[in-house]
Design a protein around this ligand. Structure first.
Ligand code: KG4
Ligand code: ZN
Length: 338
């Protein structure tokens, strides 16, 4: 069975075709980063319009590359995300479903992220702990089976990706800041500044990044006042990255231990962070799984594979589901797997 996956929840237009027998057949991605960069963040209306422009050409490209005329099902991101942006893939999936006479599946964006390692040659088995870290979320989830998700901890304020982006902005690195900040950090000394590791001594598994963000802001102001900001930037970036990564890893290891889980999946945009990938693998006794770099950030392949795993729920198009807020814990275990 071939499943076409469509992703337009934020600022990437992602399309992919996944075969349940042969794996990923083709995928294409268009990033809107350049369009939003001048505004310092995603502008929802611009995002929706650009998805409208790019989605169909990308679908044509992927279908041509895979040599497939018509898929057996279409999966699309139905939330969470920007409502206008979500409507683009939702409308397209439902329209194509009617035209092609194939069923559609509404996929949860974060389920897509946490299932992205299923695209790799050695996918994780259930159960596992998922550390989902993106621009909108920082979550620790106990994953017992497909659709069986229990939220152990989440952020009380900023998501970790947001903290990377805001710190990068303070350092004048532009948008999106995560990758730029990580690159600058490689030239700095991570021991130069002792930033706080928020929440580490508190019980539970929640995160908080606003204290760290404020500490960075004060450090930037101090360096500015002393006229040494330019020479200190790399040290600030490296010390911030070390504090953020340490916090994520310490919370994840504690949660894995408490839940008796010996597998950790790291997914979401911040999962592309090299320091996080290296250190968590070194510090965890069990096995760590991640998607390949390009499938950490938003993409169509993760939506196609999530759709393929939920094929049993594919239904004839009848409504466009676009849910800006949607808790992972409300998802169901597909009947065939209960
Ligand atoms: O999953 P994603 O593409 O979109 C959301 O659903 O949010 O994640 C984007 C986030 C951004 O905040 C970006 O700065 C961050 O992931 N990011 C990184 C890296 N690459 C992307 N953060 C730290 N290090 C990276 N290498
Ligand atoms: Zn995402």
């Amino acid at each position: 069975m071939n499943v076409l996956g469509l992703e337009t929840s934020c600022d990437e237009t992602g399309v992919a075709l996944y075969s349940t027998e042969r794996g990923l057949l083709a995928d294409a991605l268009h990033s809107q980063v350049d369009l939003h960069a001048v505004y310092g963040g995603v502008v929802p209306e611009i995002a929706s319009r650009d998805h409208v422009r790019m989605l169909l050409p990308l679908i044509r490209k992927v279908m041509d590359e895979a040599g497939v005329e018509k898929p057996d099902a279409i999966a699309y991101t139905a939330g969470p995300g920007l409502v206008g942006a979500l409507m683009v893939a939702g409308g397209m999936a439902n329209g194509l479903g009617i035209a092609w006479g194939c069923p559609v599946i509404a996929v949860h964006h974060m389920e897509g992220h946490l299932l992205a390692p299923m695209l790799e040659s050695e996918p994780p088995a259930f159960p596992f702990l998922a550390l989902l870290v993106s621009g909108g979320h920082s979550m620790l989830i106990a994953v017992r089976a497909l659709g069986d998700y229990r939220l152990l901890g989440t952020t009380l304020d900023d998501a970790v990706g947001e903290a990377f982006d805001k710190t990068a902005k303070l350092l004048g690195l532009g948008y999106p800041g995560g990758p730029a900040l990580a690159a600058l950090a490689e030239q700095g000394d991570e021991l130069a500044i002792e930033f706080p590791r928020p929440m580490l001594h508190k019980p539970g598994f929640d995160f908080s990044f606003s204290g760290l963000k404020t500490a960075v802001m004060l450090e930037v102001r101090k360096a500015q006042a002393e006229g040494v900001l330019e020479t200190r930037k790399a040290d600030i970036a490296a010390s911030f990255q070390r504090a953020a990564v340490d916090t994520l890893i310490a919370r994840a290891l504690k949660a894995a231990k408490a839940e008796g889980l010996d597998r950790i999946v790291v997914a979401g945009g911040v999962g592309a962070n090299k320091l996080l990938r290296k250190d968590i693998a070194e510090r965890f006794d069990g096995a760590v799984y991640y998607p390949r770099m390009e499938f950490c950030t938003d993409n169509g392949a993760m939506i196609a594979v999530a759709g393929a795993l939920r094929l049993g729920e594919a239904a004839i198009a009848d409504e466009i589901k676009a849910q800006p807020r949607w808790s992972l814990e409300t998802l169901d275990v597909p009947p065939a797997r209960q």
